[in-house]
Design a protein around this ligand. Sequence first.
Ligand code: PAF
Length: 293
Amino acid sequence: MEIIRTISWMKETVRQARAENHVGGFIPTMGALHEGHLSLIRRARVDCSRVYASIFLNPAQFGPNEDLSKYPRTFERDVEQLTDAGVDVLFAPEANEIYPQGFHTYVNVEGLSERLEGRSRPGHFRGVSTVVLKLFEIVQPQFAYFGRKDAQQVRILQQMAIDLNLNVEIVVCPIVREGDGLALSSRNTYLNSEERRAASVLQHALDEARRELNAGTRDALQLQTAIGKVLSKETLARVDYVEIVDAESFQPVSSIGARPVYALLAVFIGKTRLIDNLFIAPAAGQNVPVSSL
Ligand code: PAF
């Protein structure tokens, strides 16, 4: 695997690959890689003849109260994992390569960026959209791969791609989970053993939502209450939000019908904030909602 640090070198590498008619797939990351990232790479390996990954711990998406300096940094191990997974080129720029002095341009996907994660983490999505647009511009991928765990992020990036006429297809991949159902996240490493045990309550709450749906519940408030009840039983858990939203607008819905929706959770376990979700879409040809990963 080739490791590239500068934008000019990366652009030249991509230009050559495109001249050779390679199909480029891209997995942007902030490092601290886990099986979730590796599943995206494996998917890209199937679809594309050239797989690019990036590791860039993006300061613009961290708020003043979020500790960027504590974010796990595991570069050497990440490089080994990316090499084993078959990545062709890793783009790993320094912060001043992406945000040189005098940098003034930011991208904001209005409406979708303000609620839920955007309300709890002001400025977060502005930082994500800006860096992802820059990375797309540098890597010029035909396909870019994101996990469904960050459902709002994916939706915002899809909207950005539509609004700015980007020539990239955003591919949404399933959430990868631990044995007890906890969604993989770089932030799981912050949990001590007691908190790690408690964190499985997110999955239990989503399991309860699935049971309610299978029993015929279509009322969003009823579903939300059932999720909240399970979460409230875990003393280490503090709910930031539980919402049932339309999967396109991310606005709350009152009932579950023919349109896809998400049950979204953000929960503090101790000081660590975890998110998870259940995607609920009508089964093909039926009007019955089923949940999927
Ligand atoms: O999901 C992430 O890891 C980050 O938000 C991303 C997309 C790599 C942008 O920094």
